[in-house]
Design a protein around this ligand. Sequence first.
Ligand code: ADP
Ligand code: UDP
Length: 237
Amino acid sequence: MERGELLYEGKAKQIFATDNPNLVQMYYKDEATAFDGTKKGIIKDKGVVNNRVSCLLYQLLARNGVPTHLVEQLDERNVLVKKMKMIPVEVVVRNIIAGNLAKRLGMEEGSPLNSPIIELYYKDDDLHDPMINEYHIRAMGWANDSEIEEIKKKGLQVNDLLCQFFDSIGIILVDFKLEFGIVDGQVLLGDEISPDSCRLWDKVSLEKLDKDRFRRNLGQEEEAYQEVARRIEGALG
Ligand code: ADP
Ligand code: UDP
């Protein structure tokens, strides 16, 4: 598989064409950003951890009836995925109050929710990813009714599967972000699931093992990412 031209450079990954028009190669960088790209830094080997973690979790999801864009991990930082038309929406699923939800509702971080919450945001850094709802998605033509239903169903299914899995490795899945795309008329999970896109707390110490270490200047980002990779590799690798 020949790597072709750079199609897109994002904050955390680069996307390259391949000799198969239906597939693209994603390259995971160590660059870390927060607050819509205004805070920048490097987390050593973040790209290696996120690629590996995401591949292992996507394999777990596929085995449990949630197909994803994953084709195969190529090497430490590269993965081959199905090229999709991305729905420009960030789907956030929450189990525990944290981050933006805590701030918005004036509630304490760490309080459990009675049931999971799905939130939708329009993916646009310049606009600071404004919150939207299903009506916006339908009205803008980003997805139709059945695709929206599919997104919500898959969001909750992924949440159930990952809550159970993370619990088994001593981690609380507080919240996370998913991105979906459409290929061959099917809604598929795309992008990544990693410590960059999830809040992961150690079940015993409640220590943060995710990007909040970077966002909040808590230090030891590299160690936290490695610890997540180590536990997931131990269970699934
Ligand atoms: P960002 O664009 O937010 O800076 P990244 O640096 O992670 O994020 O870039 C990855 C980009 O690739 C994102 O815009 C994401 O929506 C897109 N993407 C993820 N999976 C696929 C896929 N299977 N096909 C096409 N694009 C994808
Ligand atoms: N998230 C993400 N990308 C974004 C925004 C959020 O991956 O652009 C993830 C974030 O890591 C957390 C969850 O989505 O796990 C909920 O984030 P929140 O809405 O609390 O926003 P933030 O903490 O980024 O202000």
